[in-house]
Design a protein around this ligand. Structure first.
Ligand code: ZN
Length: 151
C-alpha cells in the first residue's frame, strides 16, 4: 500500500519536473464556446473526467458526426463509434488531423492524452486495445462532444 502511494507521488513529481507544460498548458487553451458549463470546462481545460455511464452519447446510434463542444471542430464519424462497455463514448478512429496527443503520466499511469487540434481542449485518452482493425480505442468524455446527426 505504502509502496503504491510512493509510486503515485513519484510519478506526480516526475510529471511536474519532466512535463511542466502540463501545468501551464491550461493557459494556452481558449474558451470559444461561452455557454460551456462548469463541468464541461473542468474536463476540457483542466483534463477532468466525467463520471462513467453518465453520458447520453454512449447510446447514440444515429449516423452523423461528433464535434468539439468548445470550437465545433469535426472529430469523429458515427461509423467509428462502438460500445466499449467502459461507460464513455468510444471510437476506433478519429477524423484525420482532428486531435493532437501527448503522453500523460498522471495517477501513476502512462497514458496517451488527446486534445482538439484546433482549440487545444482535452477530450480523453486513446488506448491500443480497440476491437477493430485500427486497434485504437478513443475513450472520450461525452460532455466534450456535440453530436450532429446527418439529415
Ligand atoms: Zn476544439
Amino acid at each position: 500500500m505504502r509502496r503504491k502511494f510512493l509510486k503515485i507521488i513519484t510519478a506526480s513529481l516526475g510529471t511536474l519536473i519532466i512535463f511542466p507544460h502540463k501545468f501551464i498548458y491550461a493557459e494556452t487553451k481558449k474558451i470559444i464556446n461561452q455557454n460551456l458549463t462548469e463541468e464541461q470546462k473542468e474536463i476540457l481545460f483542466n483534463e477532468g473526467t466525467e463520471r462513467p455511464f453518465t453520458s447520453a452519447l454512449i447510446h447514440e446510434k444515429r449516423k452523423g458526426f461528433y464535434h468539439c463542444a468548445n470550437c465545433g471542430n469535426k472529430l469523429f464519424s458515427s461509423e467509428s463509434k462502438f460500445d466499449s462497455g467502459t461507460g464513455w463514448p468510444s471510437f476506433s478512429e478519429a477524423l484525420p488531423g482532428a486531435f493532437k496527443t501527448k503522453v500523460d503520466f498522471s495517477f501513476g499511469m502512462m497514458r496517451t492524452e488527446y486534445h482538439c487540434a484546433k482549440c487545444g481542449a482535452h477530450h480523453g485518452h486513446v488506448f491500443n486495445d480497440g476491437p477493430t482493425k485500427t486497434k485504437k480505442r478513443f475513450c472520450n468524455n461525452g460532455l466534450c462532444l456535440i453530436f450532429k446527426p446527418s439529415t
